[in-house]
Design a protein around this ligand. Structure first.
Ligand code: ARG
Length: 583
């Protein structure tokens, strides 16, 4: 299916050539959807820029263009407005044709990328031996939506879960586990609650000098590859990954164990990073540490800010690992683009890593490195979302609560639903609502976590969208309509509400593209919300099953319903949100 924008643009290019001459045919016709009612459905705003080039009045240029436009088949009316806007009113017959083409198109108009790439998306990345926090929830949910959209465009997407599984804290944790006898086949209860374990180990580390010395020795043993120490570390890692997998499964994200590529994976590649930086002439020694200075990075006192890649004691850092990871992704995974999804506080870290990669010449200018940054989840007090005691909120508890609250709403609304079904539906709707609440916010902004708002049936929420979808399915059920029998040839729009819905449906592909271009899932959310709103208006003003409705009209409207349901389901699917049949 060709987009309306490209059909119109093509006609404009021909008109420019005919009206102004061949040399102007590269002028962007600036065709876009009109936002103001009464100004047509689409608008072309090229007359202003053409007029400047030609030294003529925009209105007269617009008039000349219109004379040369061969759009009889597409538009029922074309008018020049204001200083020289060209307003295009689509004809019903063209809208019908487009709707039919869209219904026939598996991809619903979403075009495959012109130049498919291998894209690495680094997301979720929780830390071993710590609970995942809401920040990791954001990374997981936003990253997953981006992955799905890029995949839908035909890119080869490689997911990378860069878990934090290495570092000095493991000396302390392992030593503590030995102290409490966990190593001798003790029960795993000790690491059920990872945050508690961490706190206890840290307490002992701070209070007990003998212990802290042993913990330091343990780090050395771990780095040296001592088998006993490594086996305890491995157990800790596996146990944590088990926790993470439970969360991933309940969230319904694409991440799998094979996507795990944790920090320790890069241990053997860290020396190589230093050698390479040295060869590139970027390495400097400052107070015994190996550092890289980059243009444009300064500290608070305006002094050049170094990126430390090796500490004085020889230890490597988070940045060193990230540099090794970039090299691996470029050389071994053959990435043409790498996307990192983390909170905004890591913006400077990534800016420095990216600048180093480019300066060292590891990646050419054609390689895109993106940091998809997001804001903080806030509690009702507008401070970072924590438990009442100030601890990390356990994600499993958050998921439980989403389901329980949704089940309660459903029970009120639909008391006849069987218990088992209610539980299933609550799972899908509750988890979907939680994910949607995160995705629908402009990611860079902080947002306040609010159960009532995310579960509301009104407003830009998942339940509102689900409700629109479920309503369509219930129309089919009530009308005993077999969806496979619905024929998009039957579409013949009559009323303004039908046209408005059609125009909104046509915007689906652009909404998906907006997500991939700007890596902003909320653009698709806003679109789906508008679509649901258009559908509701259509539903209010255009009876479908009512007695006395002619069969032709009924079939046309059913086909519109079907297409709307498909777009809603696909769109939610790209956000990683499942739909239900009833709610
Ligand atoms: N583990 C890190 C954290 O919890 C996130 C890692 C992000 N990815 C990366 N390549 N640095 O903040």
């Amino acid at each position: 299916m060709r987009s309306i924008k490209s059909i119109l643009s093509e006609h404009f290019v021909a008109a420019i050539e005919a009206a102004c001459g061949k040399e102007y045919r590269d002028t962007d016709p600036l065709v876009n959807v009109t936002n103001k009612p009464g100004f047509g459905d689409y608008q072309a705003n090229l007359a202003m820029s053409l007029a400047k080039k030609l030294g003529d009045k925009p209105r007269s240029i617009a008039g000349r263009l219109v004379e040369h436009l061969a759009l009889e088949h597409v538009c029922e009316k074309i008018e020049v407005a204001g200083p020289g806007f060209i307003n295009l009113h689509l004809s019903a017959s063209f809208v019908n044709e487009q709707l039919h083409a869209m219904a026939e198109d598996q991809r619903l108009g979403v075009e495959p990328a012109e130049a498919p790439q291998t894209i690495v998306v680094d997301y979720s990345a929780p830390n071993i031996a710590k609970e995942m926090h809401v920040g990791h929830l954001r990374s997981t949910v936003i990253g997953d939506a981006i992955v799905r959209v890029l995949m839908a465009q035909g890119h080869k997407v490689i997911r990378q879960n860069h878990m934090g599984d290495w570092g000095t804290q493991f000396g302390m944790l392992i030593e503590y586990l030995i102290d409490i006898g966990w190593s001798e086949g003790g029960s795993d209860n000790a690491i059920r609650d990872l945050d508690l374990l961490y706190r206890q180990a840290k307490q002992k580390f701070d209070a007990d000098e003998d212990f802290s010395e042993r913990a330091r020795q343990r780090v050395v043993a771990l780095q040296r590859g001592d088998e006993y120490t490594l086996s305890l570390w491995r157990h800790l890692v596996e146990e944590s990954i088990g926790h993470f997998n439970q969360v991933y499964q309940r969230l319904g994200v694409l991440l799998e164990e094979s996507d795990n590529c944790p920090e320790s994976f890069y241990n053997s590649r860290l020396d190589g990073v230093i050698v390479s930086l040295e060869e590139a002439g970027l390495l400097e020694i400052s107070e015994g540490a190996a550092v890289v200075f980059l243009d444009g990075f300064t500290d608070r006192d305006d002094k050049p800010l170094p990126m430390i890649v090796r500490k004085r004691d020889g230890g490597y850092l988070y940045a060193t690992t990230d540099l090794a990871a970039v090299r691996y992704r470029l050389d071994d995974l053959q990435a043409g683009r790498i996307i990192y999804v983390t909170d905004a506080r890591q913006a400077q870290h990534f800016a420095m890593v990216f600048a180093t990669v480019k300066r060292a010449g590891w990646a050419g200018p054609e390689v895109r490195l993106d940091h998809v940054a997001f804001g903080t989840v806030l509690g009702p007090n507008r401070k970072p979302f924590k438990t009442r005691e100030g601890g990390t909120i356990k994600l499993t508890e958050l998921l439980d609560e989403a389901e329980a609250r949704t089940a309660a709403v459903i029970e009120k609304k639909n008391p006849d639903m069987a218990e088992a079904q209610r539980r299933d539906v609550a799972g899908v709707i509750g988890i979907g609502a939680l994910k949607y609440a995160d995705l629908s916010n402009d990611r860079i902004k902080d947002y306040v976590f609010d159960w009532d708002r995310m579960l509301a049936l009104d407003g830009n929420t998942a339940p509102y969208l689900q409700n629109a979808y479920v309503r369509i399915l219930s129309i089919f059920r009530k009308g005993l309509v077999e969806r496979q029998q619905i024929d998009s040839h039957a579409i013949s729009i009559q009323s303004p509400a039908e046209k408005a819905l059609a125009l909104k449906l046509f915007q689906y592909a652009a909404a998906v593209e907006a997500v991939s271009e700007r890596l902003e899932p909320h653009r698709l959310c806003s679109y789906l919300y508008e679509l649901a709103t258009c559908f509701h208006s259509f539903y209010e003003s255009c009876p479908i099953l009512k007695e006395g409705i002619e069969e032709e009209l009924r079939n046309s409207r059913l086909a519109l319903c079907d297409l709307s349901a498909r777009v809603m389901q696909e769109g939610l699917g790209l956000l990683g949100i499942e739909t239900v049949e009833r709610m």
